[in-house]
Design a protein around this ligand. Structure first.
Ligand code: FUB
Length: 456
């Protein structure tokens, strides 16, 4: 049996593994990663399932990972309804930690001014629930006020940059929910941003580049970086650098050039995590995706020796794991490296769970470390209002060695959760990808899936 597993591991390693876009259950545009206490939290927008003819966006979503490949879905801890003053366009956002709280800056339409506004929500937990921190917009009154990016410098001064097609900045106070001074417009020149601001551009002049939107502001090795979507439509990602948080900026060129991403917008975020650097962006590359159905993707990259960016291109492979998953702990079914067909739902009683499971759908969990002694059993907590089905667990490929089959009967309702335990058919040790392949009658929903664990 060990030999069969070794062959399967080899085949899986040779296969091209598609990891991008990283979430397949929902559209997740405008990725904003945040590293906190050894975990990457990813805050995204949510393009409603399409096809859409505009940015049909009502809420923001949150995910987390400790290995960069298995992402846990926390549903939507923040929505337009959270802000009593908001009425439309739950567009790009970013969250940051300060003094044990998490401040999530968003943009949306303000009922009061009937223009875009920056709002701020707060929570004691990175995954929410979030509440409106001030009960009113932080900055409002201009259609240009979109796409907030936030950063706290070493001297504790916090900055909020935002704007399309101009970049604005406010100096946030230590409370993170108010600011001192006016909204400043950052001066743009060909030297600083590739072209003057919209108002000052001359017709017929070919500029180096053109700032559009989606700024991402941070500091690394004493250099300040401002990345942004550029070029008009379709957008690529460019950047400027500075020795000071408020400039002067120097235009540094294109990071992610135009490619056929199926999305006319792009929106980036950058982090360092476990000694590696990651570039988050969005594409329309999910099946059924497009310009108004966009999803987050990630590439690993290495900064040049002088701190400048290499060119980063979209891949379907995405990134490699930088950790392993412990199968002996309760793992939420909504922790996935890849999935086909399924969705997630959430409510106050159960939290988030995997739904819309049909025959042939599957979930892949990557880099599962079983250790040196094989588990004997596996448990799954599931619910079915209809006929149920089976969960087949395969190692390293959808049709890899069958580890176990868990039978899921009718449990009495889509929220009547029952745990079923079954013996493993095959020993498994070491690190493997595990596929949960769903089987049952065609044409009906089979069951909902909440969590699973292996046992020795
Ligand atoms: O997602 C809506 C808008 O599209 C964002 O605010 C922009 O950055 C662009 O991605």
């Amino acid at each position: 049996m060990k030999n069969i597993l070794a062959v399967m591991v080899l085949i899986a390693a040779i296969q091209v593994k598609a990891q991008n876009p990283i979430i397949q259950t929902w559209c997740t545009p405008d990725p904003a990663p945040m590293v906190h206490n050894g975990t990457v939290y990813l805050y995204t927008g949510h393009d409603e399932d399409g096809p859409n003819s505009f940015f049909n966006m009502l809420e923001w979503r949150c995910y987390s990972s400790t290995d960069m490949v298995n992402w846990t879905d926390y549903g939507s801890p923040l929505a337009l309804e959270t802000f009593k003053w908001a009425k439309d366009r739950a567009w790009a956002s970013q969250c940051i930690a300060r003094n044990g709280k998490f401040y999530w800056y968003v943009c949306c339409v303000d009922k009061g001014t009937n223009a875009m506004a920056i709002g701020v929500a707060v929570s004691k937990n990175p995954t929410g629930p979030f509440v409106d921190a001030i009960g009113k917009p932080l900055v409002t009154g201009d259609w240009a006020y979109i796409d907030p990016t936030v950063f706290i410098d070493d001297d504790e001064q916090a900055y909020l940059f935002f704007g399309n097609p101009t970049v604005f900045c406010v100096n946030l106070n230590k409370d993170m929910i108010s600011y001192t001074g006016d909204v400043q417009e950052i001066e743009m020149t060909e030297e600083s941003f590739g072209s003057p601001s919209m108002k000052k551009r001359e017709k017929g002049v070919k500029y180096k580049d053109v700032y559009v939107e989606g700024p991402w502001f941070y500091k690394r090795n004493n250099k300040y970086y401002l990345l942004y979507a550029a070029g008009g439509i379709p957008e690529h990602i460019s950047y400027s650098m500075s020795d000071h948080p408020t400039g002067p900026w120097k235009y540094m060129g294109v990071i992610m050039p135009l490619q056929d991403t199926h999305s006319f917008t792009n929106h980036c975020g950058v982090i360092d995590f476990k000694g590696k650097s990651y570039f988050f962006y969005h594409t329309g590359m999910l099946p059924g995706g497009g310009g108004f159905n966009r999803s987050s993707a990630i590439e690993e990259f290495t900064y040049n020796a002088d701190g400048t960016f290499p060119t980063i291109k979209m891949t379907t492979e995405g990134v490699k794991p930088v950790g392993t998953l412990n199968p002996y702990r309760r793992t939420e079914a909504e922790t996935m490296a890849f999935s086909k067909g399924v969705k997630t739902e959430q409510n106050d009683k159960t939290g988030v769970y995997v739904s819309d499971i049909n025959e042939g759908d599957y979930i892949k969990v990557q880099a599962v470390d079983f250790g040196t002694i094989s588990p004997k059993t596996v448990k799954a907590t599931v619910a079915s209002a209809l006929r149920g089905g089976q969960i087949e667990l395969h190692a390293d490929a959808i049709d890899g060695p069958l580890l176990a089959t868990i039978n899921v009967p009718h449990t009495g309702g889509w929220e009547v959760w029952k745990t079923f335990q079954t013996k493993l058919l095959t020993d498994i040790t070491g690190t493997h990808d595990i596929y949960f392949v769903f089987k049952g009658w065609k044409g009906i929903k089979l069951f909902n899936f909440d969590y699973w664990s292996f046992h020795k």
